[in-house]
Design a protein around this ligand. Sequence first.
Ligand code: NAP
Length: 334
Amino acid sequence: MAQNQSQNQKPECKGRVCVTGASGFLAAWLIKRLLLSGYHVTGTVRDPGNEMKLAHLWRLEGARERLKLVRADLMEEGSFDNAIMGCHGVFHTASPVLKPSSDPKAEILEPAIQGTLNVLRSCKKNPSLHRVVLTSSSSTVRARDDFDPRVPLDESSWSSVQLCEKFQIWYVLSKTLAERAAWEFCNENNIHLVTVLPTFVIGPSLPPDLCSTASDVLGLFKGETEKFQWHGRMGYVHIDDVALCHILVYEHEAANGRYLCSSTVIDNDELATLLSERYPSLPIPKRFEQQNRPYYELNTSKLRTLGFKFKSVQEMFDDCIASLVEQGHLTLHI
Ligand SMILES: NC(=O)c1ccc[n+]([C@@H]2O[C@H](COP(=O)([O-])OP(=O)(O)OC[C@H]3O[C@@H](n4cnc5c(N)ncnc54)[C@H](OP(=O)(O)O)[C@@H]3O)[C@@H](O)[C@H]2O)c1
């Protein structure tokens, strides 16, 4: 199983898989893990000529021998055909992770929903396809106000489209509608789909430019309150666990349906206290104004039943801080 793969072992040779959005925060770590466990990987990127943006991928162990990068854009019909043809597996991670500036439909909803269908249409044309793993989000489960807070939410829960529209939570809406569309398409077309629903991903960033969530975390360490105040109570998961979870649900014959991928759910105040005690030299905010949102827990027993163990909140933030310091984004005064 990928989780037990020692980094020093020579990897066994595995088939070819495609990872969409290869240059991103999560995808880069997934590719690192796929290469370490012996896969050949075709990664899709929007701009293969941007050497600076892709250098972190070429530095990965096994990349020169087993990584290929090809151009594809979610908004171009048929764009993923070449990358996906002949692959046994497809990991679809590409999706905009941003706050739209003016046009949520064009900036986030269409690339997420139509882009996912575009990728799946390419999957349908590929006779070698074994399974598709879609990176969804735990936000597709918890944005609702009609549940019993004493019962942890599990994979049977879906976020409310009406609530997302009412409060203009475009990212959550995009992920919810994209995952729903993926299930409908794959059920109709007999494609074996498994979805991974990570909570807030924490850990080292391989890309030198921080993605939106990694920038929010850096902001917290520098004393900014806005983003984490809005996040309120939140689940957290180590980036390495998210990558390993994708590989586990791809490889495990019995894996099916949706998988929540989360180590711990905690309130922002509790997280800030934990981090301030561990890193007293960082100006982490002490308290946040609380949001009026329902209390929730997440039930991750479905993934744990496959034998999965999560790293702790302490470990994910330690690894994240160490990497931010190493990359020069943050200074620790001891
Ligand atoms: N970070 C988290 O806490 C978190 C939690 C739950 C789920 N997720 C999911 O994980 C996935 C990866 O997110 P991330 O955090 O790694 O963010 P990220 O670094 O911003 O990665 C997003 C990727 O999507 C690609 N993309 C965006 N629009 C595209 C388009 N029109 N065509 C092709 N590619 C496009 C980007 O490509 P470019 O490099 O070309 O822009 C980038 O590689 C997303 O599906 C996200 O919803 C993330």
